[in-house]
Design a protein around this ligand. Structure first.
Ligand SMILES: Cc1cc2nc3c(=O)[nH]c(=O)nc-3n(C[C@H](O)[C@H](O)[C@H](O)COP(=O)(O)OP(=O)(O)OC[C@H]3O[C@@H](n4cnc5c(N)ncnc54)[C@H](O)[C@@H]3O)c2cc1C
Length: 405
C-alpha cells in the first residue's frame, strides 16, 4: 500500500505527493491510503500551558479536512483521521511506500525523522515553499542574515514555474463585500476562487501595495495566508499568478509587491529551517538577551483586549473573535506585548499560534523573534508607537469602532 501522510499540503493541484502516489499506484497496482494525524503539535499545550490550537482553529482544520475528503472521494480514496502520531499509524498499517511534504520547523522535522527506520521507501517533497534547500541561491548555509540581500538574490533568478492544470474546481463564490477581513472557507476550491477573484479585482491585486496596510474588509490584502498555511494554495501558483497579472498590466509595482511579501514568507521558512530549536528559545537564534519577564495579569489583559491602548484592544478582539489579524495590527499587538508590557515574546507567539487561522510555525515565530530583537533584524529594538500607528492607519477610528468592547 502507498500511504500519503497529509500535513500542511492539503490540496491536489500542484502537489508532488499526490502526483507521486498516483503514479506509484498505477505502476505497482497498490492501493493509495491518505491519513492525517492529530498529534501533539495540534493537541498538546505549549509554553505557559497555552493550547496549541484554539477551538476555532480546530474547527477550521476539521472543515478543511472534510473538503479534502470530498475531493479525494472523487478519486475513490478515503481520508483517514487518526489521533496520535504518524508513527503509530505506520506501525499499524505498514505501507510499502510513504510520501509526505517536508516541514521546516523543528518539532515537525523531529516527527519526520522518527519515520525513517519504519518504511522501506519514503519519498518526501517540498510543497510548502517556493524554493527547496538545493535551489536557494548559494545554498542554505549562505542564507543572508537579513531579508533584503535574500530578496535581491531571488529577484536575480527570475523565477518562473510551469504548473500543472488545476485538479479542483474553484466553484465557490468568493465574498468581497464583508466587513470581516476573513469571511472565507477553508479548502482548495475556496482558495482558488479567492486567488482568481483577488487577482481579477481592479481594487484588489492591482492596488495591493497601496492598500496593504488596511485594517478592515476583504480587499486590503490578499488574505491568502490561511490557505498557504494549510497548503490549500501553493506559493508557486500565487507567484505565477502575480507574474501573469504583471505581464498583462505591462508591469505593476503594486502586484509585484505581493511577490516581495511572499519572499518574506519564503525567507522565514529557511530561517526557521536553519535555526532549528533555537527559533523557539527566549534569546532566539541570535543569542540576544531580551530583558523580559512574565506578568500573568498584564498578559491576560492583553489577551482580553483590556489594555490601556484602544488600538491594541481592537486588534486583540478581532483576533480572538475571528482568528485573523492584518499584518499592520499584528505588528502593533506584538510590539505592545514585548516593548510596552515587557513580556517574554514567546508567550505572545504561543497565543498567536493558538488563535491564528493562518498559523505557520516559521512565519509566526520568526516574525515574533524579529520584533523582539532576537531574530533577523539588524536593529536592536523594533518598537511601534501604537498611538501614532492608530493615528496613521485608523485616523477615522473605524477599526477601533468595529472592534470596541
Ligand atoms: C507577530 C506576527 C506574527 C505573524 N504570524 C504569521 C503566521 O503565523 N502565519 C502567516 O502566514 N503569517 C504570519 N505573519 C505575517 C503576516 O502578518 C501575514 O502573513 C499576513 O498578515 C496575512 O495576510 P495576507 O495573506 O492578506 O497578507 P498579504 O499582505 O496579502 O501578503 C501576501 C502573503 O505574503 C506573506 N507575508 C506577508 N507578510 C509577511 C510577513 N511579515 N512574514 C511572512 N510572510 C508574510 C504571507 O504568506 C501572505 O499571505 C505574522 C506577522 C507578525 C507581525
Amino acid at each position: 500500500m502507498i500511504a500519503w501522510w497529509l500535513r500542511h499540503d492539503r490540496r491536489l493541484s500542484d502537489n508532488s505527493c499526490w502526483e507521486f502516489a498516483l503514479k506509484e499506484a498505477a505502476k505497482t497496482g497498490e492501493e493509495v491510503r491518505v491519513f492525517f494525524a492529530w498529534n501533539r503539535l495540534h493537541l498538546d499545550a505549549g509554553i505557559g500551558g497555552i493550547p496549541r490550537m484554539s477551538a476555532r482553529r480546530i474547527d477550521w482544520t476539521k472543515k478543511d479536512l472534510k473538503m479534502m475528503r470530498t475531493e479525494l472521494q472523487k478519486h475513490g480514496i478515503n481520508l483517514e483521521e487518526t489521533e496520535g502520531s504518524a508513527l503509530d499509524w505506520l506501525r499499524t498499517h505498514r505501507p510499502s511506500t510513504l510520501t509526505y511534504s517536508f516541514a521546516v520547523a523543528h518539532e515537525e522535522r523531529q516527527d519526520e525523522a522518527q519515520l525513517l527506520p519504519l518504511v522501506k521507501r519514503i519519498q518526501g517533497f517540498w510543497t510548502h515553499s517556493i524554493l527547496e534547500p538545493d535551489s536557494i541561491p548559494g545554498g542554505l548555509n549562505q542564507l543572508p542574515e537579513v531579508f533584503t540581500p535574500f530578496r535581491h538574490k531571488i529577484e536575480r533568478e527570475n523565477l518562473r514555474f510551469e504548473l500543472p492544470p488545476l485538479l479542483v474546481k474553484p466553484n465557490v463564490e468568493s465574498p468581497t463585500s464583508s466587513s470581516l477581513a476573513f469571511p472565507f472557507e477553508p479548502g482548495e476550491a475556496s482558495a482558488l476562487a479567492r486567488l482568481i477573484a483577488y487577482m481579477g479585482n481592479p481594487e484588489g491585486a492591482a492596488e495591493y501595495k497601496t492598500r496593504r496596510n488596511g485594517l478592515l474588509g476583504t480587499e486590503y490584502s490578499t488574505k491568502f495566508s490561511p490557505w498557504l498555511a494549510s497548503g490549500a494554495l501553493s506559493p508557486r501558483r500565487i507567484w505565477q499568478a502575480c507574474l501573469s497579472l504583471e505581464e498583462s498590466l505591462g508591469g505593476s509595482p503594486e502586484v509585484e509587491w505581493i511577490r516581495v511579501e511572499l519572499l518574506w514568507r519564503e525567507y522565514f521558512q529557511w530561517v526557521a529551517y536553519r535555526a532549528g530549536s533555537r527559533l523557539f528559545i527566549k534569546k532566539g537564534f541570535r543569542e540576544q538577551s531580551p530583558r523580559a519577564g512574565f506578568n500573568a495579569r498584564a498578559f491576560q489583559r492583553w489577551v482580553d483586549g483590556l489594555t490601556g491602548d484602544d488600538f491594541v484592544n481592537a486588534g486583540m478582539r478581532e483576533l480572538a473573535e475571528t482568528g485573523f489579524s492584518s499584518n499592520r495590527a499584528r505588528q502593533n499587538l506584538a510590539s505592545y506585548l514585548i516593548h510596552d508590557l515587557g513580556i517574554d515574546w514567546r508567550y505572545g507567539a504561543a497565543y498567536f499560534e493558538a488563535q491564528l487561522l493562518d498559523y505557520d510555525p516559521a512565519s509566526n515565530w520568526a516574525n515574533w523573534a524579529y520584533l523582539a530583537g532576537v531574530g533577523n533584524d539588524p536593529r536592536p529594538v523594533r518598537r511601534f508607537n501604537t498611538v501614532k500607528q492608530a493615528q496613521d492607519y485608523d485616523a477615522n477610528r473605524a477599526f477601533r469602532k468595529a472592534w470596541q468592547q
